[in-house]
Design a protein around this ligand. Structure first.
Ligand code: HEC
Length: 151
């Protein structure tokens, strides 16, 4: 019985997480605010990593692990908010093409997620050179998407 309760508890927790990732938005402005906030957090931790990679700040294994963790965790969150009709208007830099060709946009998102997961894995190995190389690979996925879908 206890085991079953534990399983049910896990399922509830998992659905709660999925619910957060697929949160619905009542208005386009809410989707815009949500995705910009997530991007801001990703940007903050990615810049912190970038400074260590470029050695403008000391390369600190623990700080790398924590930044990489946040980026990988946040990487799956904003995409539903990028698919909301009308969210290419107003206080946003999203190009309308991202909504029209949402499958291509999502492919760019997925490339970023995969690269971030790999960065987290590589960071766990503690090889500074490998971390720097994979950081570069993730940065390419940011630039790749921004170059096409951000005004
Ligand atoms: C699949 C596309 C995509 C990927 C991948 C992506 N971004 Fe973005 N990002 C966008 C779009 C589109 C916007 C504009 C959002 C808006 O204004 O509604 C944006 C906005 C931002 C912003 C500005 C947020 C604000 O409004 O203050 C930052 C910072 C940012 N991204 C950082 C990053 C970093 C760093 C990465 C990679 C580690 C990344 N992004 C990966 C599409 C992407």
């Amino acid at each position: 019985m206890k085991a079953i309760l534990r399983l049910v508890g896990c399922a509830v927790a998992v659905f709660a997480l999925i619910g957060a990732a697929y949160a619905q938005f009542a208005k386009p402005e809410e989707a815009i605010a949500y995705r910009q906030s997530v991007m801001k957090v990703i940007g903050h931790h990615f810049n912190s990593l970038g400074a260590m990679v470029k050695e403008t700040s000391p390369f600190d294994q623990a700080a790398v692990a924590s930044d990489v963790q946040v980026v990988a965790m946040m990487a799956g969150l904003p995409w539903a908010a990028f698919a909301v009709a009308g969210s290419d208007q107003g206080e946003t830099r999203l190009k309308s093409s991202a909504l029209k060709e949402n499958d291509k946009f999502m492919a760019a998102a997925s490339a970023f997620e995969t690269a971030s997961d790999l960065l987290r894995e590589v960071a766990g190995g503690g090889d500074e050179g490998a971390v720097k190389a994979q950081f570069g690979a993730v940065a390419q996925t940011c630039k790749g998407c921004h170059g096409v879908y951000r005004k």
